[in-house]
Design a protein around this ligand. Structure first.
Ligand SMILES: [Zn+2]
Length: 330
């Protein structure tokens, strides 16, 4: 590719409206801010070390936990959200449903007023443009009882910026079946449901997220590709996969020496969405992930991923129309 062409492609990607449908707010914490909040992290950053360095999926979960441990007060959460909004605006993010993991906050800081921390975040996000809401992520490792508490918390914030619940954590050890009752309770409370699956466990985990939990979207789902039946089921039912290439390459969910599964899955008719997962922790950004897709498969594929994100988002029909119009005009 000619340099000028590459430049204009990048400029076009920058100008496109972007949607966060798979982004963990805690995972957007700027390393410099983490250095100020976390014990010992400041020295690492000062000596030029990456405070977020890790090797493999279990080690990544530990880094994520350490970031959650560094956030102690509602004021810390407000700062996290404020800096996130600035970074999102700079990349033309226009809409987002962001994950937060209050059960993990409480695990590290039992004294934290979780509702006040959520309020603090929502206050920062409520600023008008872009439009953001929250999905409270249940942590598989903490079991169904803790998960039920998260559903109750989500329900109590349902008209105040929380739109659903998600499922994260260790999918290999804590399968979907454990959370069937939790997801049923969420649906009964009028909450949307999504689930991470097919990232650290195989295609059966994706099938269970859809058939047992009735998740409306799947986080990652890269390993669905190992089973043609699961791929066909996703395509038939129109269940979108929220795909985060850099995250998958760094955690080992996808082979970094091969093109990301997003391309094969899109070819197979599965609705695919692009996002960055934990952008700060993975040293990436939503714009960099969009660029990766556009450089490999063209701006047309990226536009279709954005259109899919709008369609599969939990936004109201009018909002969806406005977002599609913004995409068409960009
Ligand atoms: Zn995730």
């Amino acid at each position: 590719m000619h340099i000028a062409e590459g430049y204009s492609l990048d400029a076009a990607v920058h100008a496109l409206p972007k949607l966060h449908l798979h982004c963990h707010l805690e995972g957007t914490l700027r390393p410099q801010t983490y250095a100020q909040l976390a014990d010992g992290a400041g020295a690492k950053v000062a000596s030029g070390e990456n405070p977020y360095a890790f090797d493999g999926f279990p080690a990544f979960l530990k880094v994520f936990m350490a970031v959650c441990r560094s956030l102690r007060t509602p004021g810390d959460y407000a700062r996290l959200a404020r800096e996130f909004v600035l970074d999102a605006r700079a990349q033309n993010v226009v809409y987002g449903e962001l994950f937060v993991s209050p059960s993990v906050w409480r695990f590290f800081h039992p004294e934290l007023d979780v509702a006040a921390a959520l309020e603090a975040i929502l206050h920062e996000l409520r600023d008008g443009t872009p439009t953001f809401s929250l999905i409270l992520d249940v942590t598989r490792n903490l079991g169904p009882q803790s998960a039920m508490g998260t559903v109750e918390l989500a329900a109590s914030f349902r008209d105040r910026g929380v739109v659903g619940i998600g499922l994260g954590g260790d999918e290999a050890q804590f399968p979907a079946e454990l959370f069937a009752g939790v997801f049923a309770a969420a649906r009964a409370a009028d909450l949307h449901t999504v689930a991470h699956a097919g990232e650290a466990a195989g295609p059966q985990s994706v099938r269970a997220a859809v058939e047992v939990l009735h998740a409306q979207r799947i986080g990652h789902g890269v390993r669905a590709l190992e089973d043609a039946g699961v791929v066909a089921m996703l395509a038939e039912r129109g269940i979108a996969l929220e795909m985060c290439p850099t995250s998958n390459f760094l955690t080992g969910a996808a082979d970094p020496d091969r093109p990301h599964p997003i391309f094969a899955l899109a070819q197979a008719g599965v609705p695919v969405i692009v996002d960055a997962d934990d952008p700060a922790l993975f040293g990436t950004s939503i714009e960099a992930e969009y660029r990766y897709v556009a450089r490999r498969a063209g701006i047309g594929m990226l536009r279709s991923c954005i259109a899919t994100a709008i369609d599969k988002s939990f936004a109201a029909p009018k909002k969806k129309e406005a977002l599609q119009a913004a995409l068409a005009g960009a």
